[in-house]
Design a protein around this ligand. Structure first.
Ligand SMILES: [Zn+2]
Ligand SMILES: [Zn+2]
Length: 393
């Protein structure tokens, strides 16, 4: 190859890569690891223009970069293709495009789809899939054939006909690819009377076709769904389901918090995330709440804080002790009055701040609860701040 030509090619490819990286800041979101595992921040439910989203797949990766995520899944509806007059129906395209961008930005992009049916069973995501084409049932393909020339049709497949159970074929196809499935947004965004888990869901769980539930999403938290995860041994997830760009979809508030599914993985790899989800090693962080099984939420709390040895003892022998929140969680700690002898009833320990606790004479520990850390529906985490375990200044 002539030298000039090869130099040109080299220069051109370097320019292409630089153009994709740009200078976009990443917000480093600080969440503690727990013993034996890395805590990965994930969003397993996102849409692009390949279904009813409004962004190109690379935008989802850039957003993940900006907001400190480790991994995302693009999960476009198989059944809803409103832009098909302008965007080809290509079930694998969004994941292929996003994976290339993920490699550049070091974001793990997991292949996914949303299987979209009326309730029950509602919307189900299948992730860790290799080939989305194989999840598309004949009924869905025929439907697109029939409506080929129309646009704007949002072709949810009716599941009222229980004898059909067409969704089972799609979910079995996910299982065949060793994928992981979860029930999306089991409740509405706003107020509700009560949520229902249908016999169809129980059947899916018993057949090993349903592995998790979105316990929060759409700006809501559904405690009933948390209980179902505990009852049926399923993984907890909190995902955004964004269709518009991230900044438009989030609330216009400085304090708006995003959805994070926290995954406790052995390594920062796709395989480790899958292994962790299968073992139910996940929790959710949403709107300043941390929700999950005690075995995960408890170490998250103790690794988020640093309790120091007393730096001062006053004339009444009260001990003054610094407590730091080294994470980006908010910690709303309420002390049990009368028992621990604490000076305050409660503290709001904001992200990356320190406060001073006062231990009454003779008190070596303060007990309480973390109001916004839940280990079962409406059950806050109980804690003990023990000076024996405190660190030197
Ligand atoms: Zn959905
Ligand atoms: Zn969705």
């Amino acid at each position: 190859m002539p030298k000039l030509l090869s130099t040109t090619i080299l220069l051109f490819s370097a320019l292409t890569i630089c153009a994709q990286v740009e200078n976009i800041d990443r917000l480093e979101v600080r969440v503690p690891n727990i013993p034996g595992y890395q805590t990965l921040k994930c969003d397993f439910h996102l849409h692009t223009i390949f279904s009813d989203g409004t962004v190109w797949p690379t935008v989802r990766v850039t957003e993940a970069w900006q907001y400190g995520y480790d991994a995302i899944a693009i999960t476009d509806h198989i059944e809803g293709k409103p832009y098909r007059k302008h965007v080809p129906i290509d079930y694998n395209a969004p994941n292929e495009i996003a994976k290339d961008e993920g490699a550049i930005k070091d974001i793990i992009v997991i292949g996914g789809v949303e299987i979209t049916r009326n309730m029950p069973p509602g919307h189900i995501n299948g992730i860790f899939i290799e080939d989305a084409n194989k999840i598309v049932t004949d009924r869905v393909r025929n439907r697109f054939q029939r409506f080929k020339v129309m646009t704007g049709d949002y072709a949810y497949i009716d599941s009222i006909d229980r004898s059909d159970k067409d969704y089972l074929l799609a979910m079995e196809a996910v299982k065949k690819q060793d994928g992981f499935t979860f029930w999306n947004h089991p409740g509405p965004p706003g107020k509700y009377d009560s949520l229902t888990i249908y016999p169809e869901h129980i059947e899916l769980i018993e057949k090993g076709l349903l592995h998790g539930i979105e316990v929060s999403g759409w700006g809501a938290y559904w405690p009933e769904a948390f209980q179902w995860c505990l009852d049926h041994d399923l993984a907890l997830l909190s995902n955004s389901d964004y269709h518009y760009p991230h900044d438009i979809s989030g609330k216009l508030s400085r304090s708006a918090r995003r959805n994070y599914t926290l995954v406790f993985a052995k390594e920062r790899t796709e395989a480790s995330i899958k292994e962790a989800l299968r073992a139910n090693r996940s929790a959710i962080w949403f709107n300043d709440m941390v929700i999950g099984r005690k075995e995960h939420v408890e170490p998250l709390f103790y690794h988020a804080i640093k309790l120091y040895k007393p730096h001062f003892v006053d004339s009444r022998r009260r001990k003054y002790v610094k407590i730091s929140n080294e994470s980006d969680f908010l910690l709303e700690i309420e002390f049990k009055s009368g028992k621990s002898g604490g000076y305050f009833d409660d503290i709001y320990l904001e992200a990356r701040t320190t406060q001073i606790l006062v231990f009454e004479p003779g008190a070596e520990a303060m007990e309480g609860i973390v109001r916004n850390f839940h280990v079962a529906p409406n059950t806050p985490l109980e804690i003990k701040l023990d000076l024996q375990a405190a660190e030197e200044k």
